[in-house]
Design a protein around this ligand. Structure first.
Ligand code: P6P
Length: 348
């Protein structure tokens, strides 16, 4: 008998039934995200055809004002969510300031942070890109939400999702009950359950980092990366290196194949060492998903989900993937491992 076809709507509804007090608002919010993902997927998949890659202000072949794809995605997500009465405020990578719910619309008890199209520099070379979503509950006492609702720790998330626009479009999400993956069937316009209960494989030997930044890392980071590239690590052989340069694609591969993805602190400006990736709408939602799949996410010193946000666009270092790999990275970064050469086995 062929495998039962389960749409994301049916799966989300089944999940909702395990929460007796559920009102259905959260379910509807997840539906809103899937609708936005379908619309963005359609545009991403024809981006090369309709000159949508042009910069704002250009005219496309239809004489319409061309929007950059990431601005298009940003608009689609906002307009799919602003009127539903399910959100009290939003935060986007594309907007310096919080996105308030227009006065003519009601507000709700949830908060959405998102990166509408991460890795967009890969569009021109047909590389995989993605959208990332982080959902919190409203905490503020104000009726229409305020910036404090956006500045919540990662472990307070009630949901996280990413969409990867690759050889197929997939939506991966967690609401704290495991991680589940759905593949878009464009012929029917439905996300179908393809990867139920994803768990990150143990002992994957893949590391994913931009080695071009090697000279900007500190010695502890270099020592860790050199450990992975030696025969001293747990696998007895050098890890394979894979790097797409699109966080969603690199972490999606890590989720399915194991290993570790990293974006370490850069000391290019010694007076202002900094991570590159954003905490609230990149590292925290991906950290929630990876943690729910049995992995771990760290900034090299602490669980990313524990970081106290100070600013919507705050950056962080990221070490994310197999728990043992990330814990060993923490040991190196915090210099618990004294020297190069024979290393503490990752299982110790
Ligand atoms: P680099 C894409 O621009 C992005 O924000 C992430 O998706 C990706 O992981 C990272 O930056 C790539 O940065 O410096 O390696 O090009």
């Amino acid at each position: 008998m062929s495998q039962e076809i389960i749409t994301i709507e049916r799966f989300i509804l089944q999940q909702e039934r395990s929460f007796p007090g559920a009102t259905g608002e959260f379910t509807q919010l997840l539906y809103d995200i899937t609708l936005a993902a379908k619309i963005i997927s359609r545009e991403v998949n024809k981006a090369g055809l309709v000159e949508i890659l042009g910069s704002t202000g250009d005219k496309n072949i239809h004489g319409e004002t061309v929007q950059k794809l990431d601005e298009f995605a940003n608009r689609i997500i906002f307009q799919s969510m602003d009127h539903t009465g399910r959100l009290c405020i939003m935060g986007s990578e594309e907007s310096e300031t919080p996105l308030l719910i227009p006065d003519e619309y009601p507000t709700g008890k949830y908060v959405l942070l998102f990166d509408p199209l991460d890795g967009s520099s890969n569009i021109d070379v047909n590389g995989s890109i993605g959208s990332i979503f982080s959902i919190h509950r409203k905490k503020s006492k104000t009726e229409r939400g305020d910036v404090s609702d956006l500045l919540q720790k990662g472990y307070e998330q009630v949901g996280a999702a990413y969409v990867i626009y690759g050889s197929s479009t997939m939506l991966i999400y967690t609401t704290g009950n495991g991680v589940h993956g759905f593949t878009l069937d464009p012929s029917v316009g439905e996300f179908l359950l393809s990867h139920p209960h994803i768990e990150i494989p143990k002992n994957g030997n893949i590391y994913s980092v931009n080695e071009g930044n090697y000279i900007y890392w500190d010695d502890k980071t270099r020592a860790y990366i050199n450990h992975l590239k030696s025969e001293d690590n747990h696998s007895g052989k050098p890890y394979s290196h894979r790097y797409i340069g699109s966080m969603v694609a690199d972490i999606h591969r890590t989720l399915l194949n194991g290993g570790i993805f990293m974006y370490p602190v850069s000391y290019k400006n010694p007076d202002k060492p900094s991570g590159k990736l954003r905490l609230l709408y990149e590292a925290a939602p991906m950290g929630f998903i990876i943690s729910q799949a049995g992995g771990y996410a760290s900034d090299g010193h602490q669980n990313i989900l524990e970081i106290e946000p100070r600013d919507i666009h705050q950056r962080t270092a990221v070490f994310i993937g197999d728990k043992d790999d990330v814990l060993l990275a923490e040991k190196y970064i915090s210099a618990e491992i004294e020297k190069e050469g024979k290393y503490a086995d990752k299982n110790q």
